[in-house]
Design a protein around this ligand. Sequence first.
Ligand code: SF4
Length: 307
Amino acid sequence: MTQRILIKEVQCKTVLHRLQLNGAWEYTANFYRGCTHGCSYCYVPSLIHDERSWGSFVDVKMNAPQVLNKELFKVDKNVVFLSSATDPYQSVEARYKITRKCLEILLSHGFPVLILTRSQLVLRDLDLLKRFEWIRVGFSISTVPSRVYEPGVASLEKRIECLRKISDQGVPTWVSLAPVIPQLMLVDLEQLMKTLCDAGVRCVVPGLLRMMNYDESRKMFERVVAAPYTGFLKGGVELMRKVDGMIERNGLEPPRNFFKWTHIQEAGLDKFLYTSSNKMIEKEEWVHHTTELGYRGVQETTSLIHQ
Ligand code: SF4
C-alpha cells in the first residue's frame, strides 16, 4: 500500500519537557510532530489540533540532537521518555536518524532512557540500546492489532519477535497493553500474556480506551468503527480486573519496580509513574498537554513513503 505523506523539516527551540506526577518526575522528548502510523484511537490529534489529516504528515525536528545536547548540560539527570506524542521509530526515522542521533547524545551524557514504539526499526539501534546503564524498551500492543485500526504499524507477530530479540540481548523490555477495547478484541489476552513472557517481556502496563475530552480522536475512531465509541467500552472494569489477574499469574514485574530508576530510589520516591492502568492514562494526558512547546516550522518538503 502506498500512502502520500507530507514531510516537513522544522527547527525546534526545546526538546526536553519535564513531567511530574505523584511526586516523581522525568523528561519527555518528541523528535517528530505527527505520526505516520495513523492509529485510529490515537490521543495526539486532540492535543495538537493540526488541520492536516492524522497519519498523513510528520514534521521532523532537524536540530533536535543539537538542542538536546545543549539542554542535557543544564538539567538534572533523570529518565527521558521517547516518546509521548509520536513514535520515535516511525518510518521517517529510517531516513533522518534523529532518534538514533539523540540516543547517542543521551548515552554520552549518561541519561537513563525509556522507549515506547510500535516499530521494528528500533532493532536498528540495538547496538546503542545495549550500552545504556539503565534503559527500558517497550512496544505498544492494542487489542486491535490490525491495519484497519493501526494502518502504519508492524504486525503483532513482528512486534513480539522484536521484543524477543531485544530481550535476548539483555535489554529489559515491557509492553504498553493499550488501548484495551473490551468489545473489540482481536487477540486472546491469556495467550498473548504467555507469549510475551516467553519472549522475555518483564512488565505489562494495561490501559483502557478513553476518549472523554478527546473530541478529534473520538470522531476519528468512530469514523473507522461506524458507531459510538461508548458501546465498545462495555465490560471494561471487569476486563481490566481480569487483565490484572493475568499479569499477576504470569509473574510479571510490578511497574513500580520495573520502572524505578536508581536515583529515584535513593530519593525515596518509590511511586514511579506507572502505578496502575488508570495512572498510565493520567500520565498520557498530562504529557500530551505539555509537549510541543518549542515547535517552530521553517522549511517544507514533500515526499512519498511506501508502507
Ligand atoms: S503510534 Fe502512537 S503516536 Fe503514532 S499514531 Fe499510533 S498511537 Fe498515535
